[in-house]
Ligand binder design. Structure first.
Ligand code: ME8
Length: 656
């Protein structure tokens, strides 16, 4: 009997910063896959979660002045955190694991002990290189130009007593797995793994650390914490109940059908992960699929580079479904793709607004206009004219399935859109508006044309559901497709929709985007988000070097009244003040504060000046003294306010 279960995982994310659209890419792909498998009648387990241990998190928490647990809680469960993001993106995960969950921590301790007991983990001294941001150990030979081969950053020398995993022991079996099975896809990644990591010689892997504490403690050797990748990789099994009582789904769902992972972590999933499973004599996952990166301006989006795209801004502007669709329609899953707002808008306008949106709105409008919303049973086929659309739509499921089974989302969507485009062409070929001119003669033919359009739309709609669940729900409402017409079986062949189908003209599912306006708004939103991420208020650190009292007393501070104030010609910075300083003679001071004040708002104010500074010339004018002001930075922008004092203080009063 066919196994109708499907277990799919995403990587578990580091909650060291807010997630971005690059993270959403993999999770949305896994969600589309999970929904597709549910559609095809599988019992699905879709797992995602967060990878919360490690030195990086410990350091960031310390910098933020909170505990590591508080730090990860904020990013996972806090506003706009990981859970919120998956809710926003309509990610239908069945289980969410946090590696700080008690059951997982205890399970990792048992797993570590099992490998220690079977001799695959042993104690030694670690000498090598460590990339702190990646939390990865490297041997000298793996470095690229002396730097971390993953991120290109500097690595540090590291030496400490540590536990090792006998990775070397499994090199042959892993090479065989990679080269002679389809465990790892796309195939291009196999060569990379074999040539870069296995052929140069797999060395044993350091699997414990003593230089920080935020990790799973090795319970039989205090001071050691389990290497974060061991802790992380086993999430795929502990979340099913491996070495714990929290869940009991291991038999049902292990081995996983597929792990979706980004290409930089393929090494961990296709070498270290199967080796550890071999050590414990456990079944291996059926597949690891290494997808490409979303790039921005040619480079990987990453928080540390500050070039991330915020999914909240995009979802709010264009709708979650349009964003989900864009991610999987535009980029081949196995390769890198260059993200741009222009491309996003172009995809929405071309595929969703023009092709699909128009098909739906034209068809439902015509059923309304010509038949009052429901088609008559008296319909006239024209096999010659109908065949191309009917054949294409009725065989779509098979072509779509073939692509989905290979995780080729882009191609699966391409198949659907070929039918959408064919349906639009069918409208033009049959010119319903011309048929409608003589309803008596052409009514039955017109009804059939519209029926065919509704049925083609329905078939496409069902197959689009994994990608755009909410919009397809609305679409089904508009074309009158009930629950039984939204199923996988219902699109196996043509003709599921009742001939006397009734439509309800609803909202425009995919409005056209005004590209120029949207691009400008996105730019402004990105700027605002960047500013909002900056500290609210920053002030200069206080000076620590003491100043002796006599020196301080040499400064003569006086209250002064503004008699006149004007902009200095040809300067956009300087204001020229004419001040009453109590001496009877006017005092002129120039101050570079024109961007903060209009001259007229300062007239009559009582300010503070230091009056015994040597005179200075600016723009040909003499300035005698300096006005005191307070400066700070607000969201990255410098702010300045003049010191204004009680107007009851007479001009010339000495401040001390
Ligand atoms: O690697 N485009 O976590 P992570 C596409 N905790 N994918 C991207 C991306 C981008 N611009 N940026 C990040 C980890 N990703 C580990 C996983 S699994 C046992 C442990 C993807 O939060 C990245 O490729 O750094 C990876 O697959 C995932 O986001 C999580 O990255």
């Amino acid at each position: 009997m066919e196994n109708k279960r499907f277990y799919i995982t995403t990587p578990i994310y580091y909650p060291s910063a807010k997630l971005h659209i690059g993270h959403a890419y993999c999770t949305v792909a896994a969600d589309a896959m999970a929904r597709y498998k549910r559609l095809t009648g599988h019992e699905v387990m879709f797992l995602t979660g967060t990878d919360e241990h490690g030195q990086n998190i410990e350091t960031k928490a310390r910098e933020a002045g909170i505990t590591p647990q508080q730090f990860v809680d904020n990013i996972v469960t806090g506003p706009k955190g990981v859970l919120d993001l998956w809710k926003l993106m309509n990610v239908s995960y069945d289980r969410f694991i946090r590696t700080t969950d008690d059951y997982h921590v205890r399970a990792i301790q048992r797993i570590f002990k099992r490998m220690y007991d079977n001799g695959d983990i042993y104690k030694g001294t670690y000498k090598g290189k460590y990339c702190k941001p990646c939390e990865s150990f490297w041997t000298e030979s793996q470095l690229v130009d002396g730097k971390c081969p993953d991120c290109g950053r500097e690595v540090q020398d590291a030496e400490e007593e540590a536990y090792f995993f006998r990775l070397s022991k499994y090199a042959g079996r892993i090479q065989d797995l990679l080269e002679n099975t389809d465990f790892l896809e796309p195939r291009s990644r196999v060569n990379e793994m074999v040539n870069n990591f296995i052929k140069p010689g797999l060395e044993d892997l350091c699997v414990s650390r003593t230089s920080f504490t935020w990790g799973v403690p090795v319970d039989f050797d205090p001071g050691h914490v389990v290497y974060v990748w061991i802790d992380a990789l086993f999430n795929y099994m502990t979340a099913l109940g491996f070495e714990n009582d929290k869940y009991g789904d291991l038999e049902k769902f292990w081995p996983a059908d597929v792990h979706f992972v980004g290409k930089e972590i393929v090494r961990f999933h296709s070498i270290i992960w199967p080796a550890m499973l071999m050590s414990l004599d456990l079944p291996l996952p059926k597949k690891v699929y290494g997808h490409g990166w979303l790039l921005l301006d040619g480079g990987k989006m990453s928080k540390s580079k500050g070039n991330v795209v915020d999914p909240y801004i995009l979802a709010e502007k264009f709708g979650v479904d349009a964003l989900r669709f864009f991610l999987l329609r535009t980029f081949p899953f196995g390769s890198d793709g260059n993200f741009s707002n222009e491309l996003l808008i172009q995809t929405i306008n071309t595929d969703l607004a023009n092709d699909l949106g128009n098909l739906v709105s034209r068809t439902t409008a015509m059923v309304g206009k010509y038949f009052g919303g429901s088609l008559p049973g008296d319909q006239a086929e024209d096999p010659e004219k109908d065949a191309p659309l009917l054949e294409m739509a009725s065989s779509l499921r098979g072509r779509y399935e073939a692509q989905m089974e290979r995780y080729q989302f882009q191609n699966a969507l391409e198949e659907i859109f070929k039918v959408v485009q064919r349906a639009n062409k069918y409208i033009d070929e049959n010119a319903p508006w011309a048929l409608a001119k003589d309803m008596e003669a052409n009514g039955p033919r017109l009804a059939r044309v519209l029926y065919n359009l509704l049925e083609a739309t329905r078939i496409c709609g069902v197959l689009l559901t994994p990608f755009m669940p909410e919009s397809m729900e609305k679409l089904f409402g508009q074309i009158g497709a009930g629950a039984d017409l939204r199923t996988w079986d219902s699109v196996a062949a043509w003709g599921g929709l009742s001939e006397t189908a009734a439509v309800t003209k609803g909202e425009n599912l995919f409005p056209r985007v005004d590209a120029e306006k949207a691009l400008q708004e996105l730019e402004e939103a990105a700027e605002a988000a960047k500013r909002a991420a900056l500290p609210a208020i920053e002030v200069e650190p206080q000076l620590t070097e003491p100043v002796d009292f006599d020196t301080f007393c040499k400064c003569d501070f006086r209250a002064v009244k503004v008699k006149a104030c004007e902009n200095v010609k040809k300067s956009n910075k300087l204001l020229r003040f004419t001040l009453d300083d109590g001496t009877g003679a006017d005092r002129q001071i120039l101050s570079g504060i024109a961007m903060y004040y209009k001259p007229e708002e300062l007239v009559g104010k009582t300010l503070v000046a230091i009056v015994n500074l040597p005179p200075r010339k600016m723009m040909g004018l003499e300035s005698r003294g300096m006005l005191l002001s307070a400066v700070h930075t607000e969201r990255g922008e410098e702010k300045l306010r003049l010191i204004m004092v009680d107007d009851a203080i007479p001009a010339g009063a000495k401040l001390c």
